[in-house]
Design a protein around this ligand. Structure first.
Ligand code: FAD
Length: 149
């Protein structure tokens, strides 16, 4: 799968300990009518528990200048409330974190959860959109960050 180039997103959510987020590239567009997207999240992840309970998530499409943001949200935090500390963000219409500097944002409501072994596929109906902002995307390829010319 390292030979499959992808963009990089941060999937954010809000739980009892506050806003949280994780880096994800297993993300895709599924349907236009209605607008549906899908993200695959490891079942042990804090984000999994929060999204499964709250049925909401937001997406920030990272720009080429946001490699540090991707690395930040790929780490394991002692508790989920720490993930957004020191990160600039604005609330989506539903109050979920939309990260500053991203190329575009979505806010989604979970419509279906499909268990796939150690991950769950969360299907989300897009409720709100923001962007696109003119910027180059962050790209992940062969375990390295790059961009497109
Ligand atoms: C470019 C990129 C793309 C990625 N794409 C995806 C993706 O599409 N889907 C996805 O699920 N992940 C993806 N990841 C990984 C994800 O960002 C990290 O696993 C992140 O830490 C998840 O955050 P979390 O707070 O939700 O989970 P965390 O609570 O941080 O848990 C993360 C992992 O730590 C393990 N863990 C939890 N507790 C312990 C413990 N006490 N000791 C040891 N291990 C423990 C869990 O098994 C889990 O796998 C990606 C990472 C990168 C760099």
């Amino acid at each position: 799968m390292g030979s499959w180039a992808t963009g990089v997103s941060v999937i954010s959510c809000a739980g009892p300990q506050g806003p949280h987020g994780m880096t994800a590239n297993a993300f895709l567009s599924v349907s236009l009518e209605p607008p549906l997207v899908l993200v695959s999240i490891g079942r042990e992840n804090d984000s999994h528990a929060i999204i499964s309970a709250s049925k909401r998530f937001a997406v920030s499409f990272l720009a080429a200048t946001q490699q540090d943001v991707s690395v930040h949200f790929a780490q394991r935090f002692k508790d989920p409330g720490q993930a957004l500390q020191g990160i600039a963000w604005q609330p989506s219409p539903g109050g979920l974190p939309w990260l500053d500097g991203a190329i575009g944002h979505l806010e989604c409501e979970v419509t279906d959860e499909v268990v796939a072994q150690d991950h769950t596929l969360f299907l989300g109906r897009v409720l709100h959109l923001d962007g696109p902002r003119a910027a180059q995307p962050l790209v992940y390829f062969r375990s390295r960050y790059t961009t497109v010319e």
